[in-house]
Write a protein that binds this ligand. Structure first.
Ligand code: PRX
Length: 640
């Protein structure tokens, strides 16, 4: 095992390969990142690493002059060296559903679908929406888009028709892949029906020329003549080879929608070259990748984690990925532990929510499983408490496995801050150290750099290859969102604390984004959805601490007519406008909201009241109507 690394210039003497990388990335970033670019297959090797600039119009530009195709790095080059190696193991949630795809077979399936898409008129630069559960076809569809230079937009199965329609319209997708029906434990999710409803809502639905329906359950679903096509039928007609489209390093590989503190979800644009280098580099370094690994990242492919660590990172590195369709504890507790044992999973990357839920089960559940194949465990998406970290380490890792808490974002493309497995000494509950080349910085509210130990806004002083390039068709919003709070820096939206030896602890979002079980939810989206109900005058959504979900969503609603209004209307509006996953934990019907004299809702107060944290509410005299605070406190106490 390499000697664990602390931090350059800190107490422990920096040694080892990992430390060499940190120093080289710091001292000679151009040379270092060009060297890392060799991880990929290029048709033309890039002339430069970064030409990015966080000032002026903001340019995120990696690997200028480079020409490549992401699917060649993930598939073709492995065909030459290890065509029969298992690329993907898929297990369905029902007993006995299992499929093992070698690199050869995965390549063939990707090519067949790529040929279907080309035949249907999809061209380089077109957007293709992928709305699929965790079936192999989801991975295949992403790679098939990459193959022909189409930009994929993977959409979460839990979005409402309205949520889907908004993203379909914004992206201008020309083709959609959906499932007939998706399985989720006992539930059946009507994917095709939901997509039909979404397409009906799109003002410009005519841009979607075709819907390819993957027969996941084989259910009979309505098919619109000419528009809707059966996936299985279409791919069967195509050849298993397909020339890969040459892409400039800067050409977009995908868009992925995520929530921010204001406005509608934004489509972050990730380029091909930089993103792929970051996916490969971070997968190798963070998870100490070995060719014999069976890598299971449990994230849905509709999240960035699924993009980078289900698909692009491990496949670029020639690994074997595990894709499991079902829930952690269905049909019985410990189902995911069985998936690990049955398939010999070596790296298990999941969320703190999953760990917390497992901790609540009878300890016999985890102890009755072997889990001896595991060597590395990871979490992402939300803070992991030291208690949960230790449980994960002791009970799942049996005290033998490295545990990596990884901090990153949709915007960063891949892991940024972590205790890289077997290279950096972890600290339970800390995100730990920035990866090589990541120049994390803390700034105070006056935008002054915090030196040494301290707390502040978490920013990046320099671009890294995985950084998103822009917001789809709205570069001004990109600049405004990420580069104006702390001019000259990328602002993450998170706060953090740093210890004297450089270890980072994430303290959470400093904006109006709530993280429910790792789902990033903009409170503005919730409020917009509620505003569609004409009975509501206004509302405010806030996050509160939640034992299981990390954060829970609480909504304060001011109805037009007190006494008549029913809170269920709020749930319906959120489910329809955003999706069921965003339905609030608790709704308080109130006569008014606490506001400043200039009419701004004081969310800080609402957060504290909703969390029953009534000490230090601060100076209330600046409120337009300080009496409202007593009403809110009484209401929250009465409904505790
Ligand atoms: O607040 C941070 C939190 O999740 C946000 C990013 O969400 P998203 O773009 O959906 O990406 C999630 C998966 C990469 C961050 O701004 N977050 C993510 N990882 C951690 C975290 N908070 C604490 N610890 C983490 N390890």
């Amino acid at each position: 095992m390499p000697e664990a690394f602390v931090a350059p210039g800190q107490a422990a003497k920096p040694t080892g390969q990992y430390c060499d990388m940190v120093l080289k990335a710091q001292q000679e970033p151009e040379a270092f990142w060009l060297q890392q670019a060799q991880r990929l297959t290029w048709q033309t090797f890039p002339q430069a690493a970064s030409r990015s600039d966080f000032t002026g119009d903001v340019v995120i530009d990696w690997y200028a002059g480079g020409v490549l195709n992401a699917s060649e790095s993930c598939l073709d080059r492995h065909l030459q060296t290890q065509p029969d190696k298992t690329a993907l193991i898929w297990e369905g949630q029902d007993e006995g559903q299992r499929e093992v795809l070698s690199y050869r077979v995965l390549h063939e399936r990707v090519c067949r679908l790529a040929n279907v898409m080309r035949r249907l008129g999809v061209k380089k630069g077109d957007c293709v929406a992928i709305h699929l559960p965790m079936v192999a076809e989801g991975v295949i569809a992403m790679l098939a888009c990459a193959r022909i230079g189409a930009i994929h937009v993977v959409l979460f199965g839990g979005f409402s028709p309205e949520g889907l329609a908004e993203r379909l319209s914004d992206s201008g997708a020309v083709l959609v892949l959906t499932a007939d029906v998706a399985r989720r434990g006992e539930k059946r999710i009507p994917s095709k029906e939901t997509m039909d409803a979404a397409l009906q809502r799109c003002a410009d639905a005519s841009r979607v020329k075709h819907v390819l329906v993957v027969p996941v359950t084989g259910a009979d679903v309505p098919m619109q003549a000419e528009r809707d096509l059966n996936y299985a039928h279409e791919v069967a007609q195509e050849l298993p080879t397909c020339p890969a489209e040459p892409m400039q390093a800067q050409d977009p590989l995908f868009l992925l929608y995520t929530s921010g503190s204001t406005g509608r979800p934004k489509g972050l644009v990730h380029g091909t070259g930089g993103y792929m280098v970051w996916a490969s580099f971070t997968h190798a370094v963070v998870f100490d990748h070995k060719p014999t690994d069976i890598f299971w990242c449990t994230a849905d492919i509709s999240w960035i984690t699924g993009h980078t660590y289900v698909v692009y990172g491990p496949l670029a590195n020639g690994g074997t990925i595990m894709v499991y369709e079902g829930l952690p504890s269905w049909p019985q507790p410990g189902r995911w532990w069985d998936v690990i044992d049955r398939n010999g999973v070596t790296v298990f990357y999941t969320s703190p929510t999953v760990v917390r839920a497992a901790m609540r089960e009878d300890e016999a559940v985890v102890r009755s499983r072997s889990l001896e194949s595991l060597r590395i465990l990871g979490t992402v998406g939300e803070p992991i408490s030291p208690e949960a970290w230790h449980w994960f380490h002791d009970e799942v890792g049996k005290g033998r496995c490295a545990v990596v808490d990884t901090w990153w974002q949709t915007e960063t493309g891949g892991v940024m801050i972590t205790a890289a497995a077997n290279s950096v000494v972890p600290r339970a509950g800390a995100a730990s150290l920035p990866l090589p080349g990541v120049e994390a910085t803390l700034l105070d509210t006056q935008s002054a750099v915090v030196q040494g130990a301290g707390e502040g806004l978490l920013c990046m002083a320099r671009s890294w290859p995985g950084q998103a390039q822009s917001i789809w068709q709205d570069h001004a919003r990109f600049k405004q969102t990420y580069f104006t709070t702390c001019p000259g820096y990328y602002f993450t939206g998170d706060g953090a604390r740093r210890e004297a030896d450089g270890y980072y602890w994430i303290t959470g979002r400093v904006d109006d984004v709530v993280n429910v079980s790792g789902h990033r939810i903009g409170t503005a989206e919730i409020e917009d959805a509620i505003a569609t109900d004409h009975e509501v005058v206004e509302s405010a959504a806030v996050g509160i601490p939640h034992d299981l979900k990390g954060q829970g969503l609480v909504v304060f609603v001011v109805p037009r007519e007190q006494g008549v209004f029913h809170p269920d209307a709020v749930n319906r509006a959120v489910a329809a406008g955003v999706g069921r996953y965003a339905v609030p934990e608790k709704i308080y019907v109130v006569s008014d909201l606490p506001k400043t004299r200039s009419g701004k809702i004081v969310r800080r107060l609402l957060r504290k009241i909703a969390a029953h944290d009534l000490d230090g509410l601060g100076d209330l005299s600046t409120l337009a109507d300080p009496d409202i605070v007593d009403e809110l406190i009484a209401l929250v106490k009465a409904q505790a």
